[in-house]
Ligand binder design. Structure first.
Ligand code: CO8
Length: 374
């Protein structure tokens, strides 16, 4: 059976950055505005004023300092509080496909693979801009890849689930080369008017080329083993969907039509689930903590990653053993661990073992054990 290898990575990063200070100033101006509108109700005790957000809280609670977004002007306008993206005609590339093409071309160049050699495009992301035609098929068309494409969604774990899917198809012989792209426009399904979560997410797109190891033309990472798991939870949820118009009040500005989470519960439940998942995966593959050179974790929260890193290594990881990018990118859903992998893997030596791990809504967790070759 052929082995699958990751031979190229790419990251599209939007040009617009929102700092915590900018974000907090916009949110606080929005809160002041709402409080002024509700002044009478607040004075009479019929309504609670919206409290201010703070940069200190954001950094201490999450480790996030900045986030990249496709549009900052709408997000930072207290009268708008969401990104404003131009409507495109059906004859233009969609925004997700456009981001994916940039990231995919980087990954293809690194792999030394031509677009027409690709047999499949998997668009693995936590939200897709339309139900059909699949974004992956549009990306296939824009790049000129062969074979087929399909969309898949396992929220923050989409990319690792995509890696296993592509690797399995390579191992089974149904394709030779695949692209796994994760365009994440989290800014469009985040509620920027909610101080509990307004700081959490950012936009990005990652891409990976996977191919048969024997076809790799340069240094690469062999996919030694993958493991996926899910367990149903309502603690991270978005109720928007195609049934919306079938229900009374469907067009109301309802909070549950965007990202909602019980952050504390997620933290408490997901950290042990992920730590146990990784440790069991390593044990089953005969990989000790001492043999593990690096872990590239999902990028949701620094403290969460510190906990998981300590469990996996059995000690506080050395600087560089567990690289974070969330301070610059915030949580980019499924793309986070892949950005970290893309940015912090080239220095590994042949034979070095690393582990990519994503986790999030579902709950879902995916781990990928890789070995540097060449
Ligand atoms: N500024 C000041 N104070 C604040 C703010 C703020 N912005 N926000 C909350 N507070 C206050 C709260 O009101 C609370 O006050 P009090 O104690 O008086 O009630 C206090 O600060 C503490 O609040 P929390 O308990 O909420 O704070 P935490 O320390 O738990 O930190 C976190 C909140 C950072 C959200 C943390 O719980 C966390 O990171 N949890 C894990 C979350 C996680 O990993 N989620 C995964 C989601 S990603 C995913 O699955 C993908 C989904 C698909 C993508 C969606 C794209 C939009």
């Amino acid at each position: 059976m052929p082995q699958a290898a990751i031979t190229g990575t790419g990251v599209f990063t939007p040009s617009e950055v929102i700092t915590n200070d900018e974000l907090v100033a916009a949110y606080n101006a929005y809160a002041d505005r709402v409080n002024a509108e509700n002044a009478a109700a607040i004075a009479e005790g019929r309504s609670e004023p919206l409290p201010h957000s703070s940069t200190e809280f954001i950094v201490q609670a999450s480790g996030i300092e900045n986030r990249f977004v496709l549009d900052k002007s709408g997000v930072l306008d207290p009268a708008v509080m969401h990104p404003v993206l131009r409507e495109r005609s059906n004859d233009e590339p969609g925004v997700m496909a456009e981001m994916a093409v940039v990231a995919a071309n980087q990954a293809l160049a690194q792999a030394g693979v031509a677009a027409d050699e690709i047999d499949a495009v998997l668009c693995a992301a936590s939200n897709h801009e339309r139900p059909y035609p699949a974004i992956a098929v549009e990306i296939q068309d824009l790049l000129g890849t062969g074979g087929f494409g399909f969309d898949m969604n396992v929220a923050c774990s989409s990319a690792t689930f995509g890696i296993q899917t592509a690797a399995d198809m390579i191992r089974a012989g149904s394709l030779r080369k695949a692209l796994v792209v994760s365009p994440e426009i989290c800014s469009a399904h985040l509620e920027w008017r909610d101080r509990d979560c307004h700081f959490i997410f950012g936009d990005v797109c990652t891409a990976l080329v996977l191919e048969r190891e024997q076809d790799a033309s340069g240094p690469h990472f062999t996919v030694r083993s993958t493991r996926l798991a899910t367990r149903f939870s309502n603690n991270i949820r978005n109720n928007n969907g195609f049934l919306r118009r079938t229900r009374p009040g469907h067009m109301a500005d309802r909070r549950d039509m965007l990202f909602v989470q019980e952050g504390r519960k997620v933290f408490r439940q997901v950290v042990p689930m992920v730590s146990a998942h990784i440790l069991q995966h390593m044990t089953d593959e005969g990989i000790t903590a001492a043999a593990l050179k690096r872990i590239w974790l999902h990028q949701a929260n620094k403290t969460m990653n510190d906990f998981i890193g300590r469990k996996v290594f059995g000690r506080i990881p050395e600087p560089g053993e567990q690289p974070n990018i969330l301070q610059d990118y915030a949580n980019t859903s499924s793309a986070g661990s892949i950005i970290a992998f893309s940015r912090f893997s080239n220095d590994l030596a042949p034979g070095d073992i690393g582990l990519i791990c994503s986790f999030g809504a579902g709950y879902s967790v995916g781990s990928v054990i890789v070995e540097r070759k060449g």
